[in-house]
Ligand binder design. Structure first.
Ligand code: URA
Length: 267
């Protein structure tokens, strides 16, 4: 490719980034400038334009009124972690599935007895289909390594939402409520002894609390999984927040020491 053409393409891509574009929703680009005149034709003269292939192939989204019931039924019907993963992949109740590249289910050792729960996948997680693999996940891994915990051996990790919200926006209350049956079933099937809730979205959703993470963190709470079953859960700061606010690392470190003491039975 000519150097000039390459420079022009890179400049065009940078401009897209400046404008806030950070993902491609369709496999083929659309030249909106060429398509524009079509829109001013009289409706009678316009032939119905076929839907793009990617859209035609997609199943219908469930109406919101039935999506919650469907999520509960799918979650309750899953009797193993692979079955739950499959049930979540089948779930057609959220538009997040249409914009995400991958379902992000979980990583680490399900049988470890220690389960971390974050908010939602980011761009790297969406691309790779694994939770906490981007910069905040790498920080989390380094912090946990400093208290002797490794993802390959000592813990299991997932998120409240299995699909990336476009542009990494904060999940809405409705999205959190919709996916709650799946995460509760996920916890039930993984059967951890301890939970760690990473950040405000995870802590508020699972503790059913309106308090912010700065008030919830640094304490052991109880997460009610189903009638008659509750698990100890430590709320702590999200690693993405620590990247933005390095001075908060001291608090996160104290939380990790609390976790270590609980694991060692010395608290
Ligand atoms: N943030 C999260 O909450 N989860 C991820 O998987 C990545 C970033």
């Amino acid at each position: 490719m000519e150097a000039e053409t390459q420079d022009a393409l890179i400049a065009a891509l940078r401009l897209q980034l400046d404008w806030g574009v950070d993902e491609a929703l369709e496999a083929e680009p659309q030249d909106r400038a060429v398509r524009a005149p079509e829109r001013v034709e009289a409706p009678a003269a316009r032939a119905p334009s076929p839907a793009p292939a990617a859209l035609r192939a997609q199943p219908q989204l469930l109406p919101a009124s039935v999506a919650g019931t469907r999520a509960q039924a799918l979650a309750a019907g899953a009797d193993s972690l692979p079955a739950l993963r499959e049930a979540m992949a089948q779930f057609e109740g959220s538009p997040l599935k249409e914009t995400a590249m991958n379902l992000v289910f979980a990583d680490g050792v399900a049988e470890s007895g220690l389960m971390f729960i974050g908010e939602a996948p980011g761009a790297d997680e969406d691309r790779l289909g694994r939770p906490f693999v981007g910069v905040s996940g790498q920080l989390l891994d380094r912090m946990l390594a400093s208290v002797g915990l490794s993802r390959e051996r000592d813990f299991y990790i997932t998120n409240i939402l299995p699909f990336r919200p476009p542009g990494n926006r904060t999940p809405t209350d409705a999205e959190i409520a919709l996916f709650l049956p799946f995460i509760l079933r996920h916890i039930e099937l993984a059967r951890p002894r301890l939970l760690v809730l990473l950040g405000g979205v995870s802590a508020k959703a699972l503790l059913r609390s309106r308090e912010g993470i700065t008030r919830l963190r640094g304490r052991w709470h109880q997460v009610t999984i189903n009638e008659g079953q509750a698990l100890p859960a430590l709320a702590t700061l999200h690693p993405a927040y620590l990247l933005r606010t390095p001075s908060a690392k001291r608090e996160a470190w104290n939380d990790l020491l609390m976790l270590r003491r609980r694991i060692d039975g010395t608290d």
